[in-house]
Design a protein around this ligand. Structure first.
Ligand code: GYE
Length: 327
């Protein structure tokens, strides 16, 4: 009996301590009240880039004490539109989203505008004739990435003394900003080089499985005629490489492989000599996003376009010097 009452006493003490602790927590919570509510519609989780981008946005929101409503659209524009409508209904302070494609946003963005909620574009842009639907864009200069990829190819062709260069291009999601701009930057840069022929451009939708399918079909059509694979992201490249090997060819030697994103996996493959060049596209846009959202909330003006600085990694340099990528 004595033992029992001692146990009850201990339990009571612990409950009181727990209550006290909760009280303290609440006090601490009050002092770190969110500075704003940000609704963010992410495209999906199709690549290491995208997963790294989501993680970075979550981490930075926490760091800046911004309350984040994050929705994953699983690669569907209609899901993004529905998420934006929910953000409006919820009366968030700022809306941000990465538009999967450029067209088709006018109606929902007009609704956001009428509700007085500022909208930030992250990573990709939209195409519209209407003014004032969005405040700014925070994302890479995809055209410049395409230029860097082509400039590498021209240097490589020079160094190998190639007279004819047959290129296949595996593109990202049709009508997405990175697809359109990475293609334009690359094509404009090789346009005046008489050695370059593009055999085919094929839609790989930024997915590893599609990269493999596209490569199989390209190999079936052109086989060893292919000198260069220009792929718009690492996932598709990583899908394509085993297909090239299955066809008895050595990527990086029998075929020049150029990729974009520069996630850790692609850098590891570059170190193995199976990729020749990978252009950087950083997913770390969270800090700029939080700072821009805070400025908008306090009525400050923001830069209309914010591009991170980017580089490339290639077999022209010592790959052991490349720092861990973090995505
Ligand atoms: O390159 C790709 C991703 O929009 C920059 O989307 C982004 C692209 C990135 O899925 O891997």
């Amino acid at each position: 009996m004595k033992k029992l009452s001692r146990t009850i006493m201990i339990c009571l003490c612990m409950t009181m301590l727990a209550l006290l602790f909760c009280g303290c927590e609440k006090g601490a919570g009050q002092s770190t009240e969110p500075k704003l509510l940000l609704g963010f519609s992410q495209i999906g989780a199709e690549s290491a880039w995208r997963i790294g981008n989501t993680r970075d946005i979550e981490e930075q929101a926490e760091k800046y004490q911004i309350s984040l409503m994050l929705e994953n659209a699983n690669q569907m524009q209609e899901n993004q539109i529905a998420a934006i409508r929910r953000f409006i209904a919820y009366r968030v302070d700022v809306i941000a989203f990465s538009p999967i494609v450029e067209e088709g946003w006018d109606n929902v963005l007009l609704e956001a505008k009428n509700a007085g909620i500022p909208v930030i574009l992250v990573d990709r842009v939209i195409s519209t004739e209407k003014e004032g639907l969005t405040t700014c864009v925070i994302g890479a200069d995809f055209y410049r990435e395409g230029v860097m990829a082509a400039e590498y190819l021209i240097r490589k062709a020079d160094s190998l003394g190639l007279e004819h260069v047959n290129i296949v291009e595996i593109t990202g999601t049709a009508n997405s900003t990175p697809m359109l701009q990475r293609q334009a930057g690359f094509m404009d840069t090789i346009a005046d080089d008489g050695r370059m022929t593009v055999l085919e451009s094929i839609d790989g939708d930024f997915l590893k499985s599609r990269g493999a399918e596209c490569m199989r079909s390209l190999l079936a059509s052109y086989g060893e005629e292919i000198d260069v694979v220009y792929s718009h992201n690492d996932e598709m490249t990583l899908g394509a490489l085993p297909e090239i090997e299955n066809a008895g060819l050595k990527p990086g030697k029998d075929m020049i492989i150029i990729s974009i994103d520069a996630g850790q996996k692609a850098i590891d493959v570059l170190k193995e000599g199976r990729i020749n060049c990978v252009v950087e596209c950083t997913p770390k846009l969270g800090k700029e996003l939080m700072e821009t959202a805070l400025k908008l909330k306090s009525g400050e003006s923001v830069d209309p376009v914010i591009h991170p600085t980017e580089t490339f990694f290639s077999d022209e340099m010592d790959p052991s010097q490349i720092a861990p990528r973090g995505y």
